[in-house]
Design a protein around this ligand. Structure first.
Ligand code: SF4
Length: 124
């Protein structure tokens, strides 16, 4: 029978915030479909998996947490661990970050140009 209890709301919030920060700090690396399915198959068979698809140890919603390469099972011993980010993935993450930075710069330049144009029209 599946568990129904989860940690306190505050504990769940703290755990999820920590997991989210790690995930974002490392460039939001996602698992492959195969890696995700393997993790979820372990969770579904685990006595700590609740009927609400959460882990009763950390309180995280596993269909979300299991997709993040930076996540790991909170049990002792762990049933699954964080996954390493290979060079190809690291390069893709770096490229994505650079594109986001360039898009932000381009957006700022566009705003700056629009403001300049508005000021000039105001003088006419
Ligand atoms: S994260 Fe670990 S402890 Fe939690 S349900 Fe999955 S396998 Fe079980």
């Amino acid at each position: 029978m599946k568990k129904t209890e989860t940690p306190s709301f505050l504990r769940m919030l703290k755990t999820f915030a920590k997991e989210s920060i790690n995930f974002i700090r490392e460039g939001a690396p996602m698992c492959s479909e195969e890696e995700y399915k393997e993790r979820m198959s372990l969770c579904v068979e685990c006595p700590n998996y609740t009927d609400k698809s959460a882990c009763s140890l950390c309180g995280c919603h596993m269909p979300v947490k299991a997709k993040w390469k930076t996540s790991e099972c909170p049990d002792n011993p762990k049933k699954w661990s964080r996954l390493t980010i290979n060079e190809k993935e690291a390069a893709a993450i770096k490229k994505k970050a650079e594109e986001a930075r360039d898009a932000k710069i381009a957006s700022n330049l566009k705003i700056s140009s629009s403001l300049k144009s508005l000021k000039e029209r105001g003088k006419e």
